[in-house]
Structure formats: C-alpha cells, structure tokens
Design a protein around this ligand. Structure first.
Ligand code: URA
Length: 436
C-alpha cells in the first residue's frame, strides 16, 4: 500500500477499507510515515467525513496501537462514563466512587484540561500527593480492592491517539466528528469496559455548540461502542452555564466533597451525577428500573458510602486525606472579590464559555499542555440561570492571586444577562442509543 493513494482516496470522498485504515495507523505509530502524511489524511477526513464502518475500523486500529485492557481483567465487567467536557463539569469525581460503592468496577482514565475546560486529573492533583500515574500492578490491585481508580493515560496506552491528537491540535482538525468519536472511543474501549455512558454536552461551554452536532457525535460514539461489543448509551446535556457552583480546581474538589459528605448540593450537578450513575447501573444490568438505580445512588450519597469510597481512593492513590477531611486545607487563592448585580430581575443567561475563559485567565487553565496551573483560583457562582436577583446581590465570588483580573466586573456582567423573566433551566436534552 502507498500512503499517497490512501490520502487521495479519502481526498476524493471515497470510503477507505479497514485494511487501508489499519495499515496507515500502524505505519504512523511505527514512525514509518511522517507527520505530514498523517496531517494530510486527517484534513481529508475532516473535510470528507467517514462512514460508520470506517469509524469503527479507525477506532479499532487506534485501540490496538498499544496496550489496552479487556473486561476479563476486572472479572468480566466494568463500567465507565465519559463527558465531552464543559465548564465546572466535576461529575466524574462524585460518580466514580459512587458507582463503585454501588458495586460496579470503574477503571476511569481521564484527561487534563486544555483551553476553557478543566480536566479531572488536574482537579484530583489539587489534593496534594494524589498520583494519577499508577503502575499496572498498583492499578489492578486497587481495582480489585476498591473497584475504582482514576488515572491518566500512560504513553503505551492507545499511543495512536496521543500522536494523532497532538497533530490535530496544530492542524485545525480537532473539530471533526469521526476523529473525535474514534479518539474518545479508542481510549474508553481500551479501558476494558463492558458498558459506557456518554455525556455529550451542547451549549456555549461545550465542544458541540448545536444540539444537532451533539446528536451526531453521540450517534457516532454509541455505534462505535456497539460495534466493539460495549453496551453504550449517550445523554445529550446542556452546557449553557457552568455545572454546579464551582469553576476552578480546588473549588470543584470542595464542592464535590460537600456533595459526597452530605448527599446535598446544587441540583443540576447532583441530578446529573445521579442520572449518569443510574444509567451505568442500568447498562450493567444491576437494576432493570432506572428509578430504582437513582434511589440507590441517592442513598449511597446520603449515607456516606460514596464518600468513604472516595476517601479510600484518595488514600490509595497517595492523596493527603487531611485535605479531604478538612477542605479548608486545599490550595486557596489569596484574594476574593465579590462581583454584584447592577440591576434587579432574573438570571436569563450565564455564559459558560465566558466563565471558563475567565478562570483560565486567572491561571486556572492551560493554553498549551505544558503550562502549569494555579489550583486555588476560580469562580464560585452565587446566582444561576432562573434565579431571582436584586441589584447589589452577589453574582459570583472570584478567587484570585492578582493575575488575569483586568476588567473583572465588566467581564462578569457580560457573562450574565438579567431580565424580567427567568431563563430556561435546560438539563438533559435527549438520549441516543446505538442504531442497531
Ligand atoms: N477529547 C478527546 O479525547 N479526543 C478528541 O478528539 C476530542 C476531545
């Protein structure tokens, strides 16, 4: 086979065979093809798309490019949830220990934040000592003992994705549904899971700005999962405003600890976490009734079982438990500034993207993957969409260390729209199951 023939075939809008896709990926990972030829293929895929068979073959080739797990290592079944990312999306931190407390095995591989969205690994690392890199032996032993581990991707795990993602980042080929679907699904299937719940977000703070695109991405991912024998379901959820109250690493950990401890918290975050966990239990066949699953999850949050599982996971992964037991010990910014409403009414809009960018500018996010993060900075949202506000009421509290605070009041005011009627509180907008 010749790389130029394969690139030309895709350039001309034709479907590639499984063999061609496999050959191209294998050659690239073996460094027998240069970056510029992979970049050309990625752009051809970006422009011409891929059919379902091509997407499944691409995922398969990426999945087999390095080390991966099979469900057998976890006793035959394991479950996970993946979110396409948003602002203040801290669901995984509550869901993973909760699902384990409900009896599932949850081998969760997460990513780091880039741009305006935060990463689960970075949030966990705001607990000092927390190790997101475990040896294979440590990881499997922890899965055996606790049923949950939250780790990063090691270099030999699905290496095709790491190499291709770096290239996509600098060749304007990230926002392609087949490439995103294969990237996410190769890593998730490689975890060795038997079922997966996808949280595909749409709205200002999400990758997919329109519901239609979110539905297409969800459809592509659940079909890839089904083609690999993984039971999959996607929920389409709103990312118009930040999820919960906290945006920023240690503030988000604080919010999660509160929910894990008490079973109570901001309804949008709590309800979505419970729903996604109940869907995992349903797909794994623990309950045939979603309502029962939800009830079990709420019970495990309010009786402290999920919290205890979280504590045990933090201890197993080297995190400082004193920070969990006394969250005031988590990294904190030196200064706080309360930004108040300039007018009375109802919150109609609270732009997730604007808040995400604000936190990134405070030092809470990366422009490039090698940037370091200020864990203590962030925004605590005091008023959310639908809330009534009076002039002078606090809208947000900004936690900062003096960086990125130019025009803070104006930027917060621009992120909010306050009007006479409350804006819509959107949450779960749809569900997508495999087409076959
Ligand atoms: N997240 C991923 O893991 N891959 C993508 O391509 C986009 C988001």
């Amino acid at each position: 086979m010749r790389a130029t023939d394969i690139i030309a075939k895709k350039r001309d809008g034709k479907a590639l065979s499984g063999g061609e896709i496999r050959w191209f990926i294998n050659q690239y990972v073996a460094e027998a093809l240069p970056d510029y030829q992979m970049a050309a293929l990625l752009m051809a895929v970006f422009l011409k798309g891929m059919n379902g068979g091509e997407q499944a073959a691409l995922t398969d080739a990426m999945l087999h490019s390095g080390r991966s797990y099979k469900p057998e290592v976890f006793g035959g079944s394991a479950a996970d949830k993946h979110s396409t990312g948003g602002v203040g999306d801290k669901v995984s931190l509550i869901l993973a220990p909760l699902a384990a407390a409900a009896g599932l095995k949850v081998p969760m591989t997460s990513g780091r934040g880039l741009g305006h969205t935060g990463g689960t690994l970075d949030k966990l690392e705001s607990i000092s000592g927390f190790r997101t890199r475990l040896s294979d032996e440590e990881f499997l032993a922890q899965m055996d003992e606790l049923g949950v581990a939250m780790i990063g991707q090691s270099p030999d795990f699905v290496p095709a994705d790491m190499k291709m993602y770096r290239l996509r980042d600098v060749t304007a080929t990230v926002e392609s549904i087949p490439l995103i679907a294969a990237s996410i699904m190769s890593k998730k299937i490689g975890e060795g899971i038997s079922s997966l719940v996808l949280d595909v977000k749409t709205g200002s703070g999400a990758f997919m700005k329109s519901l239609e695109d979110a539905r297409r991405l969800a459809g592509a991912m659940v079909d890839i999962g089904a083609a690999h024998g993984v039971r999959c379901r996607a929920l389409l959820t709103a990312m118009d405003q930040p999820l919960g109250r906290a945006v920023g690493h240690s503030l988000e950990i604080l919010e999660c600890i509160e929910i894990l401890r008490t079973g109570e918290g901001m309804a949008d975050l709590l309800d979505l976490t419970v729903e996604l966990t109940a869907q995992m239990l349903f797909l794994e066949g623990k309950y045939t009734d979603l309502g029962q699953g939800r009830e079990v999850c709420r019970g495990l949050l309010s009786d402290g079982s999920a919290y205890q599982r979280f504590r045990r996971m933090v201890r197993a992964q080297g995190g400082d438990l004193a920070m969990v037991d006394e969250p005031s010990r988590l990294p904190r910014a030196e200064r706080r500034e309360v930004i108040r409403a300039g007018t009375s009414g109802f919150v109609r809009r609270l732009d997730a993207l604007a808040i995400g960018k604000l936190v990134q500018g405070l030092g809470g996010g990366r422009a490039v993957i090698t940037d370091s993060i200020d864990y203590g900075v962030g925004v605590w949202i005091e008023r959310k969409i639908g809330d009534r506000v009076k002039e002078g009421d606090p809208l947000v509290t900004v936690h900062h260390n003096g960086r990125g605070v130019e025009g803070l009041e104006r930027r917060v005011a621009d992120a909010y729209e306050i009007g006479e009627a409350p804006g819509p509180r959107r949450a779960i907008l749809g569900q997508v199951d495999p087409s076959t």
